[in-house]
Design a protein around this ligand. Structure first.
Ligand code: NAD
Length: 478
């Protein structure tokens, strides 16, 4: 018996959750339920995170959380509960299977069967943003080695457990050589530990185009948070409908399961919504807690029901569907089909199931870290980089001097092009003169001199080498 936390959410949430729970209980799921309130009511009662402290205690005690969609009220500084939950509970892995149900649900891709594994905590989603000048704001993209190792290993272990043949990595490391470069490098390292599973890397733009055109060539796809966010919705939509996909958010201790769609407020209370997305989430939950046979039984009954042409309004199609049913009648039809298997669609078999057992991340020995320069970011409203260079050279010291200025990453001094458009945000790179490394005191001197000459330094970024390898990118055109 497994105790789980359930939140029925907002909009269509309660209807689809009730349908889902009826099906899984009828199939023999061995679960006990603690229900908590999250979402709109909690937000509007003045709690900007959408969840009360006592509810966190329940979630953390039970560790398994089945959540219906919630409505995040517009404006008012309300924080997305999904993002908060993923981060607080360390749910680093977002898993979203997207397979077509051809010929029973319309799709241009009848053979599609993809599992998207998306990194769930890092990347631009750290939400660290700053306005630095009148014209420029920035968002920090943070990628960590533990983050990359955990998600890439998860993708390979998932492929191993569920008999998948290939893992594809999507990055943009031709441009982001440090951040996406690390993700790709870790992928190559870990792929070697799984010789039985094919591996490949695609640059995200052409990879995404290929996925939208010929998804059947992909199996498991692992990628960074932002790319995964966008691609997993595309994958679900082109497989048939976003209303049919569920997702698992997995951490080292806790896990949350949900539908990928939202609370569809306009459909609320009409007993019309398709409960399939949440049911798919619940099936992943049952697999995760080791109740694999129950998970298989439900999935096969669901496939059979879809195959029987018993469809909710969103996937109903004249000539293909046989009967348009309500949320509750769809659930009843699945229950009636428990024990049956699909005849045209492929019946599932989940093998041993259970939570994937991944090793804890072990921190690597520290590298030799040397300070080899500094970038000063300057707010300056002039237009000519040569003029700025003359002003800035003055702050150089006996140890460090100005070596380059870029604007939005492109080199504008020395030897810039007059055609290059410049904003009021300039990166001024200082490198050592006749020595290899500098120390923090050199940076202090640069900053204090810049203050005295009236330069508006809005940020500094230290340039390091790690074991002799540069830990920073060159200017574009350098
Ligand atoms: P939505 O997913 O709720 O709806 C998009 C469209 O899909 C609508 O036409 C809706 O009727 C339809 N739809 C969605 N689920 C369906 C289902 N199960 N059966 C039939 N039709 C379905 O997206 P939205 O309208 O952009 O967002 C509505 C609310 O949901 C917003 O407050 C948003 O913040 C929230 N939201 C929550 C989650 C979550 O809790 N995980 C995810 C996305 C959006």
């Amino acid at each position: 018996m497994q105790r789980i936390t359930v939140a029925k959410g907002d909009g269509i949430g309660p209807e689809i959750m009730n349908a889902t729970l009826q099906v899984i209980m009828a199939a023999g799921a061995k679960i006990e339920i603690d229900e908590i309130e999250v979402g709109e009511k909690v937000y509007l009662a003045g709690n900007t995170s959408g969840i009360a402290k006592e509810s966190w205690d329940v979630i953390r005690r039970n560790k398994i959380f089945l959540k219906a969609p919630i409505t995040t009220p517009q404006g008012g500084g309300y924080k997305s509960l999904n993002v908060t939950t993923r981060k607080f509970l360390g749910l680093y892995s977002n898993v979203r299977p997207c397979s077509s149900l051809h010929p029973f649900v319309s799709t241009k891709h009848p053979k599609m069967d993809i599992v998207m594994v998306r990194e769930n905590e890092e990347d631009l989603y750290a939400g660290i943003e700053h306005q630095q000048t009148d014209e420029v704001v920035q968002c920090l993209k943070l990628i960590s080695r533990p983050g990359c190792e955990k998600i890439v290993r998860y993708a390979f272990e998932y492929a191993k457990q569920y008999g998948r043949k290939k893992v594809t990595c999507f990055t943009k490391d031709n441009i982001m050589k440090q951040t996406d470069g690390l993700f790709h490098q870790v992928f190559d390292e870990i792929a070697k530990e799984y010789p039985e599973i094919e591996n490949e890397h695609w640059i995200i733009d052409i990879g995404a185009a290929k996925m939208a055109d010929t998804p059947e060539v992909f199996d498991v796809i692992v990628t960074l948070n932002l790319y995964g966010d966008v691609l997993s919705d595309i994958a679900a939509q082109i497989a048939g409908s976003v209303g049919l996909a569920g997702s698992a958010n997995i951490g080292e201790e806790c896990a949350m399961f949900e539908a990928i769609h939202g609370s569809a407020p306009r459909r609320a209370g009409q007993n019309m919504a398709n409960p399939s997305g949440l049911l798919q989430g619940a099936i992943m939950m049952l697999n995760h807690i080791g109740q694999t046979e129950v998970a298989e039984k439900i999935q096969n009954a669901w496939l059979k029901t879809i195959e029987d042409g018993i469809h909710t309004y969103d996937i109903y199609k004249e000539g293909v569907s046989k009967i348009k049913v309500s949320t509750s009648d769809f659930a009843k039809a699945i229950i009636d089909n428990l024990g049956n298997e699909p005849e045209v669609l492929k019946a599932v078999s989940y093998g041993n199931g259970g939570a994937l057992k991944l090793p804890k991340y072990v921190r690597k020995p520290a590298a030799k870290k040397e300070l080899v320069g500094v970038d000063l970011f300057v707010h300056w409203r002039g237009e000519n980089a040569n003029e700025l260079a003359e002003k800035i050279k003055i702050i150089g010291t006996e140890n460090v001097k100005l070596s380059m200025i870029t604007n939005r990453g492109i080199k504008v001094w020395p030897d810039g092009f007059s055609e290059t458009f410049c904003t009021d945000h300039w990166r001024c790179r200082f490198k050592p003169v006749d020595i290899k490394t500098i120390n923090k005191d050199d940076i202090g001197k640069l900053l204090s001199k810049s203050y005295w000459v009236g330069l508006d330094v809005v940020k500094t970024e230290n340039l390091y080498e790690f074991d002799g390898k540069p830990g920073y990118s060159l200017g574009q055109g350098q």
